[in-house]
Ligand binder design. Structure first.
Ligand SMILES: [Zn+2]
Length: 173
């Protein structure tokens, strides 16, 4: 038996630009008002909580804020050639004209494509680290959805048991 809590949308949003790649195609640059859904599963505390909603919202919002008003760049793309200088990313796809983007406008993400599926995986990973430091122990599953537009979302699910084994004191410098 388990319980879960969910937080979603409202302030769990970010507006960002991107282009995804498909078989033989690079999307034109465009943007989405992304909405994020978070589900955390775990045991009930003595006071019948899984975890505090406000803490979960704050941690998820911190991750969203890092993506808000940025261009989401798939640094591990297998089809884009990305060159990084002190000030810019220059991005080349096949023989098309290169894009040149100022670094402060870019969220450089360790993913191979900026699909909703990979974005949900990235956000889940960032949230997982925060949960390990701040959430009550015992949480065992995180599901994270990223909606590109109403009715169209990618989801990622990850086991939290390993992350939550590490007590905050172990992480202290
Ligand atoms: Zn898109």
């Amino acid at each position: 038996m388990s319980h879960k809590v969910t937080v979603e949308r409202n302030r769990l949003k970010f507006a960002a630009g991107h282009f995804a790649t498909f078989a033989d195609e690079l999307e034109p640059i465009h943007g989405h008002n992304y909405a994020v859904f978070v589900e955390v599963e775990g045991p009930l505390t003595d006071e019948s909580w899984v975890m505090d909603f406000s803490l979960l919202k704050r941690l998820a919002r911190e991750v969203c804020e890092g993506l808000d008003h940025k261009f989401l760049l798939q640094m591990d793309s297998r089809v884009l050639t990305i060159q990084e200088s002190d000030t810019h990313f220059e991005i080349q796809y096949k023989a098309t004209l290169p894009y040149r983007l100022p670094k402060p406008d870019v969220a450089a993400l360790p993913i191979d494509n900026t699909t909703a599926e990979r974005l949900s995986e990235y956000i889940a990973g960032a949230l997982r680290s925060r949960l390990a430091l701040e959430a009550p122990p015992g949480l065992f599953r995180l599901r994270l959805g990223v909606e590109e537009m109403p009715g169209q979302a990618g989801w990622f699910e990850t086991d939290l048991s390993d992350a939550m084994d590490t007590s905050p004191t172990d992480q202290a410098p």
